[in-house]
Design a binder for this molecule. Structure first.
Ligand SMILES: [Cu+2]
Length: 156
């Protein structure tokens, strides 16, 4: 990723003129630690997790992947004492500068209609679409997310 640093004096000038370049109004979203769980035997749906950081207030509005017929952004909710998941139809808010983690037990990307089983070691291309930022294309690895493997820690 390429970053352009604008000297403070120039930035002030631009602000004073009220002519900020359009580029400056777009947020830039970085994605890290993307991982998709292997598809459970006989099932065509699985969850993906990652951490997103937007430079300006933004929202993750949709996700697509060539490996799945449908991808949605899901939240977990307790309803009638049951953990349910449902689509975030308004997208996932990304406050400026904050790392927003999609993690097991919470928000996640749901892949549905996965034609070929995903096994550990595979990769999953994901295209993330935002309300403000340009789309971000990433490649998630297939494996267990960090939190789910904590029981294996300390086994040196
Ligand atoms: Cu889900």
């Amino acid at each position: 990723m390429k970053r352009i640093l604008i000297p403070a004096s120039l930035a002030l000038l631009l602000t004073a003129c009220g002519q900020q370049p359009a580029e400056g109004e777009l947020s830039v979203v970085s994605a890290a630690d993307a991982v998709c769980r292997p598809t459970p035997n006989g099932r065509q749906a699985t969850g993906c997790y990652l951490t997103l950081t937007a430079s300006r207030d933004d929202r993750l509005v949709s996700v697509t992947s060539p490996v799945s017929g449908l991808a949605q952004v899901h939240e977990m909710k307790v309803e009638s004492n049951m953990m349910m998941m449902r689509e975030l139809t308004d997208g996932l808010p990304l406050p400026a500068g904050s790392a927003v983690a999609l993690a097991p037990g919470g928000n996640h990307i749901m892949l549905m209609g996965v034609a070929n089983p995903l096994v550990a070691g595979d990769t999953v291309p994901l295209t993330l679409t935002f309300a403000n930022a340009r789309p971000v294309e990433i490649v998630a690895r297939v494996g267990q997310p960090a939190l789910a493997t904590s029981e294996h820690s300390g086994g040196h």
